[in-house]
Design a protein around this ligand. Structure first.
Ligand code: URA
Length: 226
């Protein structure tokens, strides 16, 4: 792999920025100062340093964002701002995409990766990955409503799989769904005659939002996800 490509994928900066870092003499390959961005390195064997700091190449990257409302889950959009615009500069954008989707007005945990195969597994209906939502409702939740959410409701020709529904207060619940149909939570609440007025995903697989601030991003490892 070319040295400049390697440095971009380590998150050091854009191609142009890393070229400057190389030409300023800050990069060492096995203790020898690198003079050109075009040098071919072996990313598995060579030791690459930014001054004294050893750089680690990661083929696959995983980031968690606490999404704010007002952004669509897409790589690009002609009308709306996208979740990609919420990612800070230090995130390596190359080949990165969001796993699954949150609606424009939904907040909370959104995972990004460049690992297509793994992402595919995560969203596969067969995999049953936990997705827990904190839901605020227009009307009080009833026992019958909770029962229906737990056993399955008809969301337009499709009966949802059993879900976990926990009442927090009269108008607040946690809902854990292990599938991910389009607008599923909103449709499930609609199916029981209620309406979602605020929606936030707080858990995805083993990942939890915790005290991640709105708009904040953290890098995670694949082992942390499921
Ligand atoms: N279900 C919804 O209705 N909206 C989301 O954003 C996520 C799940």
């Amino acid at each position: 792999m070319r040295l400049d490509k390697f440095l971009v994928e380590c998150g050091l900066g854009s191609r142009k920025e890393v070229r400057e870092i190389i030409l300023e003499g800050h990069i060492f390959i096995n203790e020898v100062r690198a003079k050109s961005p075009h040098i071919i390195i072996n990313e598995k064997k060579d030791e690459i340093f930014l001054n004294d700091e050893k750089l680690e190449y990661k083929e696959f990257r995983y980031y968690v964002l606490n999404k704010e409302e007002g952004y669509v889950t897409a790589l690009s959009d002609s009308r709306d701002r996208t979740v990609m615009e919420l990612l800070p500069e230090w995130v390596v954008l190359k080949d990165l995409f969001p796993v699954g989707r949150l609606d424009k007005d939904t907040e909370g945990l959104l995972l990004f990766t460049n690992n297509g195969k793994f992402a595919h597994q995560l969203v596969s209906p067969k995999k049953h990955v936990d997705k827990i939502y904190y839901v605020e409702l227009k009307d009080d939740i009833t026992e019958e409503g909770l029962h229906d959410l737990r056993t399955g409701v008809d969301i337009g020709g499709y009966i949802t799989m059993p879900a976990e529904a926990e009442k927090i207060e009269e108008k607040k619940i946690y809902l854990n769904i292990r599938e991910g149909k389009f607008h599923q939570v909103k449709k499930m609440l609609q199916a029981i005659g209620n309406e979602v007025i605020y929606l936030k995903r707080i858990k995805f697989g083993n990942l939890e939002l915790g005290d991640l601030e709105i708009g904040e991003v953290v890098e995670v490892n694949q082992e942390d996800i499921i």
